[in-house]
Design a protein around this ligand. Structure first.
Ligand SMILES: [Zn+2]
Length: 175
C-alpha cells in the first residue's frame, strides 16, 4: 500500500527533473533574464567569467584559438578586402611594407602580433598615410597612429612633449 521508498539517487534525479521543467517555464525564464540584466546578476556573471579565465590554461587556449582564427582563409579574405577598401593597399603591399619596417610597427617598434589586452586578438593594424600627398607613410599600432594623427601638422609639438616628459622624469630621479 505505501509508496515505494526512493533511494537517495532516485530522489536527486527526481529533483533534477523537477528543476529542469521549472526552468523551462516562461515565468522562470523571464525571471532569470531579469536577474541576469540586473546589476547583481551582471556582477555575478562578471565574477564567474573572471574565475573561468583564471583557470590554468584557459587564457592560453583562447589565445591559440584567436591566432588560428586569424589564419583562416575567410578571415584573410576579410583582411584583404579591409586593406583595399579602407587603406587602398593590397595584402602583398602590406606584407612588403611590414618587411621593409623590419616586421615591427614604425614608431614603437613592437611586432605586428601585438595583442589586445582584453580579448587577446591581434590588434587591428593602422595604415598611416600622409594626408596631403596620400602616400603610404608606414604601418603603426593603434596607439601610435592616434598619436600621429593628433600632431600630424606640428611634429615639433611631439618633440616638445617628449622634452616636457623627460624634464619631469629627470626631476623625479634627481630628487
Ligand atoms: Zn606603436
Amino acid at each position: 500500500m505505501g509508496k515505494k521508498r526512493l533511494t537517495d539517487e532516485e530522489r536527486r534525479a527526481h529533483q533534477r527533473e523537477h528543476d529542469r521543467r521549472y526552468r523551462q517555464r516562461p515565468e522562470a525564464r523571464a525571471a532569470k533574464s531579469r536577474y541576469q540584466q540586473s546589476p547583481e546578476g551582471r556582477e555575478v556573471a562578471r565574477r564567474s567569467r573572471l574565475r573561468y579565465l583564471a583557470k590554468p590554461g584557459i587564457r592560453e587556449r583562447n589565445r591559440a584559438y584567436a591566432r588560428n582564427q586569424y589564419k583562416k582563409p575567410e578571415i584573410l579574405k576579410r583582411r584583404r578586402s579591409t586593406l583595399l577598401k579602407q587603406y587602398k593597399i593590397s595584402l602583398e603591399d602590406y606584407t612588403a611594407f611590414l618587411a621593409k619596417q623590419g616586421g615591427v610597427y614604425a614608431i614603437c617598434r613592437k611586432p605586428e602580433t601585438m595583442r589586445n589586452g582584453s580579448h587577446g586578438r591581434i590588434q587591428a593594424l593602422s595604415v598611416d598615410h600622409d594626408h596631403v600627398t596620400d602616400q603610404l607613410r608606414g604601418l603603426l599600432c593603434n596607439r601610435c597612429n592616434t598619436l600621429v594623427g593628433k600632431v600630424e601638422d606640428q611634429s615639433g609639438l611631439l618633440r616638445q612633449a617628449a622634452e616636457y616628459l623627460e624634464r619631469f622624469m629627470a626631476a623625479v630621479t634627481s630628487r
